[in-house]
Ligand binder design. Structure first.
Ligand SMILES: *Cc1c(COP(=O)(O)O)cnc(C)c1O
Length: 408
């Protein structure tokens, strides 16, 4: 009773009618990577299979020798995960992608696959606390040297990159302070000493910032954030040249087991279809909320790169297509007052996630960035009166009304 009109493993989503023009990113987000089975399904198939079979022992041997393209084992590759990787690579404009279980496995693998004891990493100071722990505690325990610089200070970058350096790691915009690093300027300096530039583009998202076009070599994501963006699954991705993914990332991840689950890839394939729409709306909501906050008397300061008053406004306008979906702002007062404000919100949820379709508010000093301790927090500008607001898809007037009543 099977209605199968095409052979199994049918690979051509355009059915021989491939467009002879360059498709736009938002079209690619729906179409790229689609690999239909013989049933010709519209929705991407979920291949929940840990392993794969071979018609003969010879076929298995040829697959392991990489003489044929055959999925071997889902720790290495999986058809659903491969569709996600291809779609995200097309959207990013990258040659290749490897999908990982979480954003942190992407961050860790993207750096660790390049360094050995004695190598040196230079990174911008302002970053997500787990990235900080990887660079300042875990890798140094294995003999890797790390130097942190103020991301806004060109002279500090030039000094740090005068010495031999293996990796430069940039988080821009940074979480939670939304600080911007000049990716072009740092990439040019880094390439002079032969370093690989890795950008954590979580806060930028594939929609608002294209680090590879700005000179970076590698982009990494927590796909948990905007890419799923609907509070369901964890995931991550590393994107770069074919050579880097094939010869540096995969030999490392294949044996250390960082791979994304097929189920999560299937969820995120669907998420990619609406990513552009969601992120554009969230960023336009965020700009309106940031403008509202910057005119409120009870607010001490607002960090949002597309606010004209922001210290990074010019640079952000040059390298981003939108100011992001997240705002850092400080309440006039202490931690107690800040908690009181958060507790008074009626629509916006208190949560430590971001990039979600629902608006979420976080107190970084006591939660996401608690692990850093007060001294490093202060260096990053994370004070007890700072909150991080991830702006979602709600009607922006409801978000402003909620903030207004809570500030009262
Ligand atoms: C959340 C986040 C990560 C880590 O991603 P997970 O999916 O939670 O592992 C890395 N970098 C930044 C900037 C983040 O916001």
């Amino acid at each position: 009773m099977t209605q199968r009109t095409r052979p199994w493993g049918y690979q051509d989503p355009f059915d021989g009618k491939k467009p002879n023009w360059q498709l736009h990113p938002d079209t690619l987000a729906l179409r790229a990577g689609l690999s239909r089975s013989g049933f010709g399904e519209t929705g991407e198939a979920l291949y929940l299979s840990s392993g794969f079979t071979y018609d003969s022992a010879e076929m298995a041997e040829a697959a392991f020798k990489e003489e044929t393209a055959h999925h071997l084992y889902s720790r290495f590759s999986n058809p659903t995960v491969a569709m996600f990787e291809e779609r995200l690579a097309a959207l990013e404009g990258a040659e290749a992608c490897f999908a990982t279980a979480t954003g942190m496995s992407a961050m860790f693998s993207s750096v660790a696959c390049l360094v050995k004891a004695g190598d040196r990493i230079v990174a911008s100071m302002s970053m997500f606390s787990s990235c900080y722990v990887v660079l300042n505690e875990i890798l140094p325990a294995w003999g890797v040297e790390i130097e942190l610089v103020d991301g806004n200070d060109k002279k500090k970058w030039a000094d740090a990159l005068a010495k031999p350096t293996k990796v430069v790691f940039i988080e821009s915009p940074s979480n939670p302070m939304m600080e911007i690093v000049d990716i072009r300027m740092v990439s040019d300096l880094a390439h002079k000493v032969g370093a690989t530039v890795i950008v954590d583009n979580v806060m930028g998202s594939p929609v608002l910032q294209k680090p590879l076009e700005l000179g970076a070599d590698v982009v990494m994501y927590s796909a948990t954030k905007h890419i799923d963006g609907q509070g369901r699954v964890l995931g991550g991705a590393i994107l770069g040249s074919k050579d880097y993914i094939k010869n540096s990332v995969i030999p490392f991840t294949r044996h250390t087991g960082q791979s994304m689950s097929a189920f999560n890839a299937w969820v995120m394939l669907k998420s990619l279809e609406t990513l552009t729409m969601r992120v554009e709306r969230m960023a336009s909501n965020a700009l309106k909320v940031a403008e509202f906050l910057s005119n409120e008397k009870k607010i001490e300061s607002v960090s949002y790169p597309f606010l004209k008053s922001d210290k990074n406004y010019k640079l952000a306008k040059k390298q981003m297509r939108g100011g992001g979906t997240t705002i850092g702002f400080k309440i006039k007062g202490n931690k107690e007052k800040t908690f009181k404000f958060m507790n008074a919100l009626r629509v916006i949820d208190i949560s430590n996630n971001l990039g979600d379709s629902k608006s979420l508010i976080t107190h970084p000093a006591s939660t996401t960035h608690r692990r850093l301790g007060p001294e490093i927090q202060l260096q990053m500008g994370i004070t007890p009166n700072l909150v991080r607001l991830s702006v979602g898809l709600e009607n922006v007037d409801d978000l402003i009304a909620d903030l207004k009543q809570a500030l009262k």
